[in-house]
Design a protein around this ligand. Structure first.
Ligand code: NAD
Length: 364
């Protein structure tokens, strides 16, 4: 029986990458029936909504989606579709593995970490007070009365809200991921020494959850110390769970550790649905050039296969990608020693190379 999966092809370089990745997933032999859906700026112009209900319904019905990157035009009047999807489908856990494959250009070849980022709360909850606004003045007066602290008149404010509920489920997600993928340690990152009621709560709840997982080691790190250690000895880390903003920043740091954005996969997961997407955006300047690296979305496809417990296919596909990287011949410009290397191949050639390697593995 084929798996029913929504495929949002994205825009910019998204359609080229999505075509390549759908072909590789089909070549694993696992049956997929794609429901191709479009969203983004073009859909906004045609339908007046960049994320129509049909897209949401398709994912809700199937519980699974692969998504190419989508541009968020600056000043277009619509909010990021990526953020909207995460909120509407309650995809509260963002999983971002950062693994350095042999052959990538990195100073940290031992890196193999998984970032688990909370997706809804923290400074990204969207509660903001603009400088000069009447609401901001009210807030300022409230703080003066209740705290005795007089903030400057010309402030802008963003609220950092972290809940016990949100923390409990993201930390549980991190431990469950660790257990399911044979990982031995979870590190919680925070700044609880300064922000006692937000990050402090995050740490307190993380410690409580850790007690339910005696088989997995737990430690915590102050976020600045974690960043320092990640760029000196990342091999000491395994699964790292973080509030939203730190998670966002540390995942880009993680992508840098493993050879760049072209290699960084991700998944946004909730209790009912999961959407698999690369960390990178739509790289619009390369649109239509068959140039960018499809491996980040391919590795997101490997995560999809693990998620649906098609473990053998996941390992075969990842092994084939790893072999293509190691050989270094049929890879895109970003994986070559110099960016204008004439031997770089295109997006679709990488898919052909990975498919050929998978076929060799079946034949062997
Ligand atoms: P970007 O990730 O699209 O590109 C930045 C640069 O990184 C590119 O110019 C390119 O040099 C490199 N790069 C990115 N992906 C690559 C790949 N697969 N292979 C090789 N090189 C690659 O970031 P941006 O330019 O800041 O954002 C472009 C648009 O994408 C924006 O509208 C942004 O909002 C959106 N975006 C979407 C998502 C998503 O859909 N999940 C994520 C991030 C950004």
């Amino acid at each position: 029986m084929a798996y029913q999966v929504t495929f949002i092809s994205g825009d910019g370089t998204g359609p080229e990458i999505s075509e390549a990745v759908s072909r590789v997933l089909e070549a694993t032999g696992v049956g997929f029936e794609w429901d191709w859906q479009s969203a983004g700026a073009d859909v906004y112009e045609e339908e007046g909504n960049p994320l129509p209900e049909r897209v949401i319904d398709s994912i809700k019905d199937r519980g699974l989606a692969v998504k190419g990157p989508i541009t968020t035009p600056v000043g277009s009047g619509f909010r990021s579709i990526n953020v909207a999807l995460r909120k509407t489908l309650d995809l509260y856990a963002c999983l971002r593995p950062c693994k350095a494959y042999e052959g990538v250009r990195t100073r940290f070849p031992e890196t193999d970490i998984v970032i688990v980022r909370e997706n809804h709360e923290d400074l990204y909850a969207g509660v903001e007070y603009e400088r000069g606004d009447g609401r901001t003045e009210k807030l300022r007066q409230f703080i003066k009365e209740t705290e005795g602290t007089e903030l400057r008149e010309d402030i802008g404010v963003t609220i950092k809200a972290i809940s016990e509920y949100g923390t409990r489920r993201i930390v549980k997600a991190a431990f469950e991921y660790a257990r399911a993928h044979g990982r031995s340690k979870v590190t919680a990152a925070h700044k609880a020494n300064i922000m006692k009621y937000s990050d402090g709560l995050f740490l307190e709840v993380a410690r409580q959850v850790a007690e339910e997982y005696a088989d997995i080691e737990f430690e915590d790190r102050i976020i600045d110390n974690l960043c320092n250690q990640l760029v000196s000895r990342p091999e000491e880390y395994d699964v790292i769970v973080l509030p939203n903003l730190y998670g966002d920043i540390v995942s880009d740091l993680g992508a840098g550790l493993i050879g760049g954005l072209g290699m960084a996969p991700g998944a946004n997961v909730g209790d009912d649905c999961a959407v698999f997407e690369a960390v990178h955006g739509s790289a619009p300047k390369y649109k239509g050039q068959n140039k960018v690296n499809p491996m980040a979305l391919m590795l997101s496809g490997v995560m999809l296969l693990h998620h649906i417990e098609e473990t053998e296919a996941a390992e075969r596909m990842e092994g084939a990608i790893a072999e293509v990287i190691k050989e270094g011949d049929r890879v895109t410009y970003d994986m070559k020693p110099s960016r204008d290397d004439p031997s770089a191949v295109g997006t679709s050639d990488v898919a052909d190379a990975v498919i050929a390697k998978m076929e060799e593995r079946v034949a062997a």
